[in-house]
Structure formats: structure tokens, C-alpha cells
Design a protein around this ligand. Structure first.
Ligand SMILES: [Zn+2]
Length: 395
């Protein structure tokens, strides 16, 4: 089963495609990827395995997902210092560069959250982390140029990183950099984060502005990293009322999650009327994810991807995020790209993928086992949270 070998045998796709949005119903979807993204990572025992990216691309290729006329593949360029400085501090950027090459920065690595706990230092982390940020920027530029209507930076979504701090497996915050860049272009941005963990780094980045609406749905911070994301975190100053948090109980299943999502996200995003929708599609809400206790299946994920697609104002920058079950992540993100590009893939996994990675079906045929009493308790708690958020947001 698997390995970290690049599976992309097709030619490189230069960061210079000049395709234009096609007429018709299907959106022009750009998929942002290069094998350099999964050449190395935090190391063998770390839960964030680069193989999740390789497998996702392998599954999409096996389905022929990139063959359509309305689909393009973009190979990102690494973000420059100037681009990183849209969000990160120069001393942090320098420290990542020095540590990545095996050197010692003037300030100890641990002061930047590197080399401790969740964020071990590895050779090449500077280059890989810059590519992930460059992917978000490549997508954002194409959306504004009108060469695509949705861009999937599937290796991004590193929503915990702070200006001078690595956190929760995130070194550079591709989302915050891309949104800052969109702001320099005069855009209003709605950000929706469906990762199981609170999108704390992105929320903090835009906490005091009314030009970015951030909405995060996640497992209750009393039970999961990073321990924040409560309903009373609503933003400060000009940004008051532009941060929205929806903490959900462990065990939340498709039905309860979708109820909370549909009650809150569409009305909030429509009222805000963004120019660009940015989303973080972490799939660690899946019931088989080893790091969280949420109870979603691919059925819920598909419904969420469709809901988000319907909210796009015609410019949708979307990125990956968490997801630590290697059998789940490729399937969920393949289904996501299917929604983005208007493709419906057969349920039987392609033979070449199955032979290499195992599995049988694209969509889950089983789900979590939850007794009726727990289900109704979880639903009751979620309904209370929804009511409180609606009141705070004046819905
Ligand atoms: Zn997560």
C-alpha cells in the first residue's frame, strides 16, 4: 500500500496557463498541484502525512478528473518574501528559511513554535511551505483575472499559523496571505472554515476588519485543539460582528452538522455579499479521522461542498486543510473537486487506484454508530448554539 513516491507522470503544468472561463453552466475549475508538495514532510510518525496529497492526485488522475475542457492544472510558484510579509514577520520568515537549511537562527526555534510539539523542523520545509502559499496566491490571481471561477489549492488551508508562530502543523498561513492579497486588490472576502479544528489563525488575522467575514464551524474547543472558537468571539472594533464561531459537540453527525450550517452560513454570507468566497475544506470532521471526534461521512461532506459552491459569487478560492485518515482524505477531496468542476465520478474506485492503495467505493456506505439518546443530546446542544449565534448576529 502506497508510499511517498510521486505519482504524477504527466508533464508539468506551468504557472502560466492562459485559459479563459468557458461559457456554459460548468465553472472553470483550476487544480493547484505539483509533486514537490509531497516530497517531504514532518516525518514518519507525524499525523500530517504528505502521502495524503499524492493519493488525492492519484485518485483524481485515475478518474480522469483533469481531462475536461473546463478544468486546468496549475503548478504553483513558491511565495516570495514580499508575499509572505503580507501576513508573516520578516524574522519568522528568516527563521523558517535558516532552520529548513539546517542552520540556527539568532532567536531559538521554539520561540517561533518550531521544533516543539506539533511542528518538528524538517529539511525543505521552507520550500514546501512557500509552495503552499504560492498555490493560494496563484488561485487568487486567476480568479481576479477571470481565467477560472474556482481554484482548489488542495495542499493549503494551514489556518493555525500566526504572523511569527507555527501552530498545529501549520508553518505559513496560505489562507491569511491570500486574503490579505485579495484585500490589496479591493475585494471583500467571506471565509468559511469547515475543518474540525477552529480556524484561529485566520480569525485573528482579520479580527478587526469589516472587509473580511470569517465563519468557522468546528468541534467544541473545550474538547479539541486549539481550544478556542466560542460563540462570544465575534471580532473587535470595526470587525465586531464579522467573526462567527459555531462550536459543535463531539459526535456531531451529518444531519446535525448540516442543520447548523444551513441555518447560519448561507444567510450570513449572502448578507455580507462578498466579492470572493474563500473556504477551508479540512475533512477531519470524518467519523474515521484519528485526531477528532466528529461524526461526518462523505455524504455530509458532499452536501457541504455543494452548499459552499452555491454561495460562490463566481470567484471561489478554496483550499484543503486537515484530514488524517489516508483512506478518507483522497475520496473526500476527489468528491470536492467533482462538485467544483461539475463532474460526477463512478462509485467504484478505479482499479489502478485500488490496486495501489486499497479501498472499494468512493462514497461511504457506512457511518458512525450513534445511539438515539446521544444523537438527540448532540442535536439539542447544536440547536442551542445555532440559536445563540443567530441572536448575536441579528439573524
Ligand atoms: Zn483540523
Amino acid at each position: 500500500m502506497g508510499g511517498n513516491k510521486p505519482v504524477n507522470s504527466k508533464p508539468q503544468y506551468p504557472d502560466t496557463d492562459s485559459s479563459t472561463v468557458t461559457d456554459g453552466d460548468e465553472p472553470h475549475a483550476a487544480f493547484i498541484s505539483t509533486p514537490a508538495l509531497w516530497r517531504s514532510g514532518f516525518g514518519g510518525k507525524h499525523p500530517l502525512k504528505p502521502e495524503r496529497l499524492a493519493r488525492t492526485v492519484a485518485l483524481l488522475e485515475a478518474y480522469g478528473a483533469f481531462d475536461g475542457a473546463n478544468v486546468s492544472r496549475i503548478s504553483p510558484s513558491p511565495a516570495t518574501d514580499e508575499e509572505l510579509q503580507l501576513f508573516h514577520t520578516p524574522d519568522y520568515i528568516d527563521a523558517v528559511r535558516i532552520l529548513s537549511a539546517g542552520g540556527m537562527p539568532a532567536t531559538p526555534a521554539r520561540k517561533f513554535g518550531l521544533g516543539v510539539g506539533d511542528n518538528p523542523i524538517f529539511r525543505g520545509m521552507n520550500e514546501i511551505s512557500r509552495l503552499k502559499v504560492g498555490g493560494g496566491l496563484a488561485g487568487a490571481r486567476r480568479l481576479l483575472a477571470g481565467t477560472c471561477s474556482v481554484a482548489f489549492n488542495f495542499s493549503g488551508g494551514l489556518h493555525h499559523a500566526r504572523p511569527a508562530q507555527a501552530s498545529g502543523f501549520c508553518i505559513f498561513n496560505d489562507v491569511a496571505v491570500a486574503i490579505h492579497w485579495l484585500l490589496t486588490q479591493g475585494q471583500r472576502v467571506a471565509y468559511v472554515d469547515i475543518d474540525a479544528h477552529h480556524g484561529d489563525g485566520v480569525q485573528a488575522a482579520f479580527d478587526d476588519t469589516s472587509r473580511v467575514l470569517t465563519i468557522s464551524l468546528h468541534q467544541d474547543g473545550r474538547t479539541l485543539f486549539p481550544g478556542t472558537g466560542f460563540v462570544d468571539e465575534i471580532g473587535h472594533g470595526q470587525g465586531e460582528g464579522y467573526s462567527v464561531n459555531v462550536p459543535l459537540p463531539p459526535g456531531t453527525d451529518d444531519e446535525t452538522y448540516l442543520l447548523a450550517f444551513r441555518e447560519l452560513v448561507p444567510p450570513l454570507v449572502r448578507r455580507f455579499a462578498p466579492d470572493v468566497l474563500v473556504t477551508q475544506l479540512g475533512v477531519d470532521t470524518h467519523y474515521l479521522d484519528p485526531l477528532t471526534q466528529m461524526g461526518l461521512t462523505t455524504t455530509g461532506h458532499i452536501a457541504l461542498f455543494e452548499e459552499l459552491s452555491a454561495l460562490s459569487p463566481g470567484k471561489w478560492l478554496t483550499c484543503g486543510g486537515g484530514g488524517y485518515n489516508l483512506d478518507v482524505v483522497p475520496r473526500s477531496w476527489t468528491l470536492a473537486f467533482g462538485v467544483m468542476s461539475g463532474q460526477e465520478f463512478p462509485d467504484a474506485l478505479p482499479k489502478e487506484y485500488r490496486d495501489r492503495y486499497g479501498g472499494q467505493w468512493l462514497r461511504d456506505r457506512e457511518g458512525p454508530v450513534l445511539d438515539e439518546r446521544s444523537r438527540s443530546r448532540i442535536r439539542g446542544q447544536a440547536e442551542e448554539t445555532v440559536a445563540e449565534v443567530r441572536e448575536r448576529m441579528g439573524l
